[in-house]
Design a protein around this ligand. Structure first.
Ligand SMILES: *Cc1c(COP(=O)(O)O)cnc(C)c1O
Length: 412
């Protein structure tokens, strides 16, 4: 099934075989999968996609696997919701939410990248999978490894939310909680990856893993009736998701499945970990690493691997990047829940709050067809909103106490 040609260095263009490799030996640039789009085009049409499975695998010819998918068969095809209530509040006439809080099986967008990464890892013959994670990636790798019968090690910062820690342990992987932040975890994992023949989904098989994010763009365009949005708002951790949403739209155009997109790509970060937003605001093209301090732990990468490319994508498309404080993040979670009935995790609070900010600043036009990517479920980050969502009304089990406490007047 594969239409892959090679791995190619994004900086110097040197080509490599399709193996578990991720950096160029000459210039240390990141490697990316190169496809044969002519061959893919002969195999893919709107009709063939629409006849495919109700999962991200309907776009298999544009994903970096060689045989049939074997892991994560049900990921993707999450709802694209016309967010009329939130749109009315923000003054946006055509606002949509891509709701990846209900992705299968671990309620975040990471189920997409892991489905692709573990299918590829199996093609390479790995029996052990691993990752460096800010939380959601570990949950997804652990779940898929359990289902696929693969040995699994996940590495996380030790201060993660309880829901994300339990959301690893339940699948019985080895959970390594590192006393440090994500950047420390990632550095350690790069060393481990050098010593053991394990598939680290976001290290040695990162070029394949990252491609899974394109499916968010594919689905969005299909769900909009084969058109690209005018504007998208995307959360940034490593910056990979943002760059791949743009790449996904460009690929659909290259294959003639949509018209050439003019989509503005905007990015969302937490102020407590906003190195890409800071570079954007300062007009710089390099990213200064920061030490993360934010409740948006899933986005807390102080030294983002794809930050430079995310910044470039935003600038080239005429989008913007904004950051929001922890209290704005909590308000964002609450705003999305109150208007659209969607309970998002802190990353979703970041995206919603940045969406609101850009709308207020006039950086998103009222008439633009805008899609905001809500990437993880709120039950995983309950700590963030405890204390700011009110409390229950506590009563005795009697009608009179119920009416007395709520001071209700009966209908007559
Ligand atoms: C990982 C993650 C992101 C962003 O991922 P990058 O590709 O690293 O930028 C966004 N939202 C959630 C909930 C995540 O877990």
């Amino acid at each position: 099934m594969t239409k892959m040609k090679a791995l190619v260095c994004r900086e110097c263009g040197k080509r490599y075989p399709l193996e578990p490799l991720h950096v160029c030996e000459f210039c240390f640039g990141p490697l990316e999968v190169e496809y044969n789009y002519d061959a893919i085009g002969r195999e893919m049409s709107r009709a063939s996609i629409e006849a495919g499975p109700k999962s991200l695998w309907r776009y298999a010819p544009l994903l970096p696997i060689e045989k049939e998918p074997t892991v994560g068969l049900y990921a993707g095809m999450t709802p694209l919701i016309h967010a009329k209530n939130l749109g009315r509040e923000l003054g946006l006439d055509r606002l949509y939410i891509k709701n990846d809080t209900v992705n299968h099986p671990t309620l975040s967008f990471k189920d997409r990248v892991v489905a692709v990464a573990l299918t590829r890892a199996r093609e390479f013959g790995f029996d052990t999978v691993a990752c460096a994670s800010t939380g959601n990636l570990a949950n997804s790798v652990a779940s898929h490894a359990a289902q696929a019968g693969l040995r699994c090690f996940v590495f996380i910062p030790s201060d993660l939310e309880a829901g994300k820690i339990l959301g690893n342990l339940v699948y019985r992987p080895t959970v390594v909680a590192v006393e440090g932040n994500y950047d420390d975890v990632n550095r350690l994992c790069s060393e481990v990856a050098g010593e053991y023949r394990w598939a680290f989904v976001n290290i040695n098989i990162r070029p394949y893993y990252a491609e899974g994010s394109k499916t968010l763009a594919f689905e969005t365009a299909e769900q909009l009736g084969w058109t690209a949005p005018d504007h998208v708002v995307v959360p940034i951790a490593s910056g990979s998701l943002l760059t791949k949403i743009r790449k996904g739209l460009m690929e659909l155009a290259k294959l003639g499945l949509i018209d050439q997109p003019h989509t503005k790509v905007s990015g969302a970060q937490a102020a407590g970990c906003g190195p890409v937003a800071t570079a954007f605001e300062a007009g710089r093209d390099f990213i200064k690493p920061v030490t993360p301090k934010t409740i948006a732990k899933s986005l807390a990468i102080g030294n983002p691997a794809d930050g430079y490319y995310a910044l470039k994508a935003v600038r080239e498309t005429g989008g913007s990047i904004a950051s929001v404080s922890d209290s704005e993040i909590v308000e964002g979670i609450s705003l999305l829940a109150r208007t659209e009935g969607i309970f998002a995790e802190t990353a979703g609070g970041v995206t919603t709050a940045v969406l609101a900010k850009l709308a207020r600043q006039g950086k998103i036009d009222r008439r633009e067809l805008t899609v905001a990517y809500i990437t993880g479920h709120g039950l995983k980050t309950q700590e963030a909103i405890a204390g700011s969502v009110g409390d229950v009304v506590r009563i005795q089990p009697s009608l009179s106490h119920f009416e007395q406490t709520l001071q209700l007047k009966r209908d007559t």
